[in-house]
Design a protein around this ligand. Structure first.
Ligand SMILES: *[C@@H]1O[C@H](CO)[C@@H](O)[C@H](O)[C@H]1NC(C)=O
Ligand SMILES: *[C@@H]1O[C@H](CO)[C@@H](O)[C@H](O)[C@H]1NC(C)=O
Ligand SMILES: *[C@@H]1O[C@H](CO)[C@@H](O)[C@H](O)[C@H]1NC(C)=O
Ligand SMILES: *[C@@H]1O[C@H](CO)[C@@H](O)[C@H](O)[C@H]1NC(C)=O
Ligand SMILES: *[C@@H]1O[C@H](CO)[C@@H](O)[C@H](O)[C@H]1NC(C)=O
Ligand SMILES: *[C@@H]1O[C@H](CO)[C@@H](O)[C@H](O)[C@H]1NC(C)=O
Ligand SMILES: *[C@@H]1O[C@H](CO)[C@@H](O)[C@H](O)[C@H]1NC(C)=O
Ligand SMILES: *[C@@H]1O[C@H](CO)[C@@H](O)[C@H](O)[C@H]1NC(C)=O
Length: 772
């Protein structure tokens, strides 16, 4: 293990996470959160000013300090105030919480991933063409949109839904009247929170910006077109092929809320701006909100995103957020509130393969996106130590004589340790080899999710260690080894096993371990979608990106489809439908896998219920619905009291005895500290045939016995809801193991399988026993 490289990469990550924390701590803009909206006569704003005046002393000072009033979806305001003033505000009885203006980051794996390799087969969800999100409005909180993209044509769409109350604000853009259409029906932009805290974005060639909803980055356009892009036929690219590009819910409409700005490497979005976008989106009448945004390390139940999404969900809006790209370490998942649908990233049953023919005519296959000319036969060299290629940075594209001698005119083969640091630096190695006039790179490493697509014009081929060993054997047995490399082919189908992406953030949930996170997985690796045409490498305005940012809009699109099929389903019902029908073993040929170990099967902390299957989710049979009672239970269980609770949720009260967080009606059961026996309650609602009989089937987690009472549920004669108890007993005698074990519980009626994941960790008695 070479420690120098590890520290190099780790520093980059720590620097990023420190940015979030440090900036958040120094904030001079705060959100004063007051709970539900108090007034309906438009005077909420006066209330905010009055409250701030009581601390600042004058009405004028208060008016100057307010950045936004939140007055539609919930009540509160953002203001430029000192820490001391914030402290005094937080002591007022009206104030539930003062939130710092945290800097959130957009969730892509890398900012340089915008390097286009349009692909003939767009990420297709193979959905029923008759109901692709018709009438449903998806709000996207991101970097804005490139409205001229072909993906946002409105040719087949009917009029804008009459329920829509939003607007189209394009700032000072000329011809802005025409930038919205029947696909993009709303556009707003929010920068005051950023300006108040950090000043304007630099607007350099590297961080170009528009003061309008126009996307200068690509992230938002990619997300919007993934969720609801129209069908665009005949997207071609350099001979790779021809095909359609389309979003999931092609008939859904888009409402754009630009909250993220091109400033630091991955773009930034502040809590203050995000909350204003939530406030407006609730007013405007969106049905789904998609946020490919993560916070820093979460430590509280109610941070900014959790507050905004709670009020959105209470208004019936389904909120879909990225799990984050901090995997595969445990407890890395963000957006953990139980009312949010938190999305992990998986690969697809698709692979880009390039052939490697050794000088002895043996052909092996590796993973690559390479669309250039065939290479070879050319000289093949083994480079034992990639360290020589270290110290790469964007300003260091040079190549010294020593490196040039080793690399120029050759195809380089090397091998890497399966550590996260090395997964990251593979990209750097390829970049360096290219700048030293190498002809190509073959690297043996752990099966990788995230192709280094940067090299579409340079062969950068990844192989597993077994193939790597064969290549090495060949090199060592030849005096002058040679190799031929062919451009990539696309393989689609059953022989390709989907995996949970290496970078996808993992559970358990740090804030509330009994709430399973992530909820669901969706494709987030090598996703083709629209980007602004200002990217020179984005041929035809399309590019391939990877990240939970890309899986999130897939789920938002699926939510739109489910919402158009079942307009009366709540956000909880929609989540349940996706989780209980997700792909885990079936119809996949193999169990889902999850890095870092190649043989590890994906568990609920990797993927929640599994990979979302829109077709099955449309007819789930039973749902685990959630309503206000569950949110109240969560807030009471996590320490909120009657006084603030009734402000957050009108007239809500905590029950006399503290509710059990395990009883929140989630489509999952997670028991973080099982002592001897724990009993958990759930209620299911029949949304299938009114007369049906379900029987339970349990796969108990290792070391437990699980009994479900009753084990048969009969629906009919006006009975559409049934409750049951799940009794989990620790059977293992040895209770010192601190790990989680997983299982599942499935209700079957012969037609439907309604499966939820179980996760149990034994309480270690030695830790919990108190001295006499
Ligand atoms: C598509 O949906 C429509 C309406 O729900 C239904 O009639 C049709 O059978 C479905 N088609 C397929 C292929 O599932
Ligand atoms: C950024 O700079 C360009 C010119 O280089 C200008 O056209 C554009 O309006 C500027 N954007 C902002 C947000 O200032
Ligand atoms: C697709 O594009 C190619 C090249 O751009 C063109 O020759 C062909 O006619 C197009 N096909 C269709 C169906 O539009
Ligand atoms: C590889 O195949 C080519 C063409 O089929 C043949 O000419 C060549 O001799 C073969 N080389 C070896 C080492 O078998
Ligand atoms: C990388 O840079 C550091 C500091 O500049 C230097 O100490 C180190 O030797 C360099 N490593 C290589 C492999 O060049
Ligand atoms: C929520 O659902 C539960 C179970 O169906 C029900 O008992 C409760 O009354 C509901 N609460 C609200 C506020 O509708
Ligand atoms: C909240 O208020 C209700 C009704 O007044 C009361 O029964 C309950 O004990 C209170 N809960 C707490 C935790 O104070
Ligand atoms: C668990 O079982 C042990 C031994 O059977 C008993 O001493 C202990 O009190 C039990 N703990 C609980 C919480 O029931």
């Amino acid at each position: 293990m070479d420690s120098s490289r590890v520290s190099f990469v780790m520093c980059m990550f720590i620097a990023c996470s420190m940015l979030v924390e440090v900036v958040g701590g120094k904030s001079n803009v705060h959100v004063i959160y007051l709970g539900s909206r108090q007034r309906t006569d438009g005077t909420e704003k006066d209330l905010h000013r009055k409250l701030l005046t009581s601390v600042l002393g004058s009405n004028e000072k208060a008016a100057d300090a307010i950045v936004y009033s939140y007055k539609w979806g919930f009540s509160g305001f953002a203001a430029k105030i000192t820490e001391a003033q914030a402290q005094r505000l937080s002591e007022l009885p009206e104030v539930i919480k003062v939130l710092p203006n945290t800097m959130h980051k957009m969730q892509t794996t890398r900012s340089w991933d915008f390097l286009g390799v349009p692909h003939p087969h767009a990420p297709s969800s193979s959905l029923n063409q008759s109901n692709l999100g018709d009438g449903v409005i998806i709000g996207i909180l991101d970097t804005g949109i490139w409205p001229e993209s072909r993906s946002f044509n409105d040719e087949v769409l009917g009029p804008v839904p009459t329920s829509w109350r939003g607007s189209c604000d394009w700032g000072s853009e000329s011809g802005s009247a025409n930038l919205c259409n029947k696909k993009i029906i709303g556009s707003r932009w929010y920068i005051n929170g950023l300006l108040a805290e950090y000043g304007p974005p630099p607007n350099t060639s590297r961080h170009y910006e528009f003061f309008s909803p126009r996307d200068a980055d690509g992230h938002g356009t990619h997300a919007a077109s993934t969720a609801a892009g129209s069908v665009v036929s005949n997207v071609t690219f350099e001979g790779v092929g021809t095909g359609n590009a389309r979003g999931g819910a092609t008939l859904a409409r888009l409402a754009i809320y630009k909250v993220c700005w091109n400033m630091l490497d991955d773009g930034v979005c502040t809590t203050v701006d995000i909350l204003k976008a939530f406030d407006d989106a609730i007013h405007d009448g969106v049905h789904v909100l998609s946020l490919s945004i993560g916070g820093g390390f979460e430590t509280e139940e109610l941070d900014g995103l959790a507050v905004g999404s709670l009020h959105a969900v209470m208004a019936g809006i389904t909120v879909v957020c990225a799990a984050g790209n901090s995997g595969p370490s445990p407890q890395s998942v963000s957006n953990t509130a139980p009312w949010i649908i938190t999305v992990a990233a998986s690969t697809m049953d698709r692979a880009f393969q390039a052939s490697i023919t050794l000088g002895n005519n043996e052909t092996v296959w590796g993973q690559a996106i390479y669309t250039g000319k065939p290479i070879g036969f050319e000289s093949l060299t083994f480079m034992e130590d990639f360290l020589i290629l270290e110290n790469y940075s964007t300003s260091d594209r040079g190549c010294d004589a020593e490196k040039f001698r080793l690399i120029a005119g050759k195809v380089v083969f090397s091998s890497m340790d399966p550590t996260p640091a090395n997964q990251f630096s593979a990209l750097l190695v390829g970049e360096k080899a290219k700048s030293c006039h190498g002809l190509g790179v073959i690297v043996a490493k752990d099966p990788e999710d995230d192709l280094d697509i940067y090299y579409h014009d340079f062969p950068f081929i990844q192989v597993d260690y077994e193939i790597g060993a064969r290549i090495l054997h060949y090199i060592q047995s030849e005096k002058s080894p040679t190799v031929k490399l062919s451009p990539s082919q696309t393989l689609i189908g059953k022989s390709i096993t989907p995996r949970v992406a290496f970078f996808s953030s993992r559970g358990p949930n740090y804030v509330a371990p009994a709430i399973l996170k992530p909820d669901i997985a969706a494709p987030g690796v090598n996703i083709l979608a629209a980007v602004p045409s200002i990217f020179d490498k984005a041929d035809n305005g399309y590019a391939i990106l990877s990240g939970t940012s890309m899986s999130t809009p897939h789920v938002a699109g699926i939510v739109a489809i489910l919402k158009s099929l079942h307009p009366d389903w709540s956000p909880g019902a929609i989540r349940s439908a996706m989780v209980t029908t997700a792909m885990v073993y079936r119809p996949l040929p193999y169990p889902l896998l999850a890095g870092p170990s190649p043989q590890k099967h994906a568990d609920p902390f990797d993927m929640g219920g599994g990979i979302a299957d829109p077709r099955a989710a449309a007819e789930p049979g039973l749902i685990y619905d959630m309503n206000l009672t569950d949110f109240i239970q969560y807030l009471c269980a996590t320490g909120y009291e009657n006084s603030s609770l009734s402000q957050i949720i009108h007239e809500a009260q905590c029950p006399r005895t503290k509710p059990n967080i395990l009883d929140i009606n989630l489509p999952s059961i997670t028991i973080p500290g099982l002592e001897n026996v724990t009993t958990v309650r759930r209620t299911v609602t029949n949304v299938g045939h009114p007369k049906s009989v379900y029987q339970v089937e349990v796969e108990p987690p290792l070391g437990t016995a699980v009994i479900v009472r009753p084990s048969v549920l009969v629906f009919g004669r006006g009975i559409s809801k049934q409750s049951f108890e799940v009794e989990v007993t620790a059977t293992a005698t040895e209770k010192t193991d601190t790990g989680y074990y997983f299982g599942s519980m499935t209700w079957r009626d012969g037609l439907h399988s309604v499966r939820i994941p179980l996760a149990v960790r034994m309480a270690t008695r030695s830790l919990f026993s108190t001295p006499p």
